[in-house]
Design a protein around this ligand. Structure first.
Ligand SMILES: Nc1ncnc2c1ncn2[C@@H]1O[C@H](COP(=O)(O)OP(=O)(O)OP(=O)(O)O)[C@@H](O)[C@H]1O
Ligand SMILES: [Mg+2]
Length: 381
């Protein structure tokens, strides 16, 4: 082993290694090799400094991304939801890839947060990417990052969300809206467990759990060629399907109670609850916007209310509006709107599964491909 000291007559840190020269059993001298390690020591120090900066930043990422949502925050009374929470809790502990499906506003994001918070990866980053909100070329660099100089304007290295999520979970929201090009890249990432930064030339190993979510019918998207079947199977290792609120009406009173407390605090009100008639109204409504819609209606009525109880009179304006919208089909309207309305009614009647769409197309006397085109054109979900 060498000895670390300063070289005589200089400031350089050196390692010296001395070996004796022995001839005929007699030591006649020694060879000493000096190795200048000043630079190595400087770099080591610099590396330590950088590492501590990185660790500090990583802690910040974790703090910023700390899930707003645990299983305890999910309000439910229905056995349907309780079963799903049980399934999700079990799945959380494993490292398997999870696909969360369900209509808009059913709580997919809360579930994703809760799964991460109850997984062995809790305490590591939870990074959300909304695949629908970001244009394709930007989404690629969001996900995979780029090297400095990868393209004009790329002056600094940018880490992608997969690298930021290192050790933790990446949540790919609205996965059904991802472009085919990125679907192919994502598939490769899942298969190889490595990514490549844009403009980079070496793959980087990643250790990230993938949770994805969508309110779109992925099987129908596969049917119309908009979503890759092989990617679907990779993402859908465990499926958590959250039923719409109208299929678990027992949850409505519990949600109402908790949200009244919440908005009482927020607006400094003292609402005691809902009247019987108002409760009936809440229970019989169809809730196309699910929990988010219930929350919004309660927020508005509580903000506007003067008294202590939420009455049917306070709720009626909102539900009437919805009714007016759906009965306006009797009025004269642009043909396109009429077409959209008819398609939506057909889908409501037959369901939005592939089979349902086939029947809907039949009833409308158009081809299945035309139906898909029109669904896309009118943005029907
Ligand atoms: N069971 C629940 N208990 C408490 N809050 C809920 C529940 N379900 C949903 N929420 C709340 O409703 C709102 C919508 O939920 P979330 O954003 O998770 O829905 P989503 O399924 O991701 O909707 P989208 O498809 O539109 O993105 C959020 O504010 C969420 O906190
Ligand atoms: Mg969401």
């Amino acid at each position: 082993m060498g000895k670390r000291n300063k070289a005589v007559g200089s400031n350089a840190e050196v390692i010296s290694n001395a070996s004796p020269i022995i001839i005929n059993g007699e030591m006649i001298g020694a060879v000493v090799v000096f190795q200048d390690i000043t630079e190595v020591l400087r770099l080591t120090e610099e590396l330590q400094r950088s590492t501590s900066v990185i660790n500090g930043l990583r802690d910040e990422i974790i703090k910023l991304s700390e899930g707003r949502g645990r299983f305890d925050d999910i309000i439910c009374e229905s056995s349907k939801m309780k079963n799903i929470i049980n399934l999700a809790r079990k799945a959380a502990r494993e490292d398997s890839t999870i696909l969360i499906t369900g209509e808009s506003g059913t709580g997919k994001e809360i579930f994703a947060n809760a799964i991460h918070a109850e997984s062995p990866r809790a305490g590591k980053p939870f990074i959300k990417v909304n695949c629908a909100a970001i244009p394709e070329n930007l989404l690629e660099s969001e996900l995979f990052g780029y090297e400095a100089g990868a393209f004009t304007g790329a002056s600094k290295l940018k880490l992608g969300k997969f690298e930021l999520a290192s050790g933790g979970t990446i949540f790919l929201d609205e996965i059904g809206d991802m472009s085919p090009m990125l679907q192919a890249k994502l598939l490769r990432v899942i298969q190889e467990r490595e990514i490549e930064r844009i403009g980079g030339n070496k793959p980087i190993k990643i250790d990230v759990r993938i949770i994805s979510a969508t309110n779109r019918d992925l099987l129908a998207l596969i049917g119309s060629g908009a979503f890759r079947e092989d990617l679907y199977f990779r993402l859908n290792v465990i499926n958590i399907n959250i039923p719409p609120l109208r299929e678990r009406r027992e949850d409505i009173p519990a949600l109402t109670r908790v949200y009244i407390e919440h908005f009482n605090r927020k607006f400094q009100k003292n609402i005691k609850g809902v009247t019987e008639k108002a409760k009936d109204m809440l229970l019989s409504y169809d809730w196309p916007g699910n929990v988010r819609e219930l929350m919004n209606i309660l927020e508005r009525t509580i903000l506007m209310s003067q008294g202590e109880w939420i009455t049917d009179d306070l709720l009626r304006p909102y539900f009437d509006q919805v009714k007016i919208k759906s009965s306006s089909r009797d009025a004269i309207m642009p043909l396109e709107e009429m077409e959209k309305d008819l398609i939506m009614r057909a889908l409501k009647e037959f369901g939005s599964s592939v089979e349902g769409k086939r029947k809907a197309a039949e009833a409308l006397k158009i081809s299945l491909a035309t139906l898909y085109n029109k669904i896309k054109k009118y943005g029907i979900r």
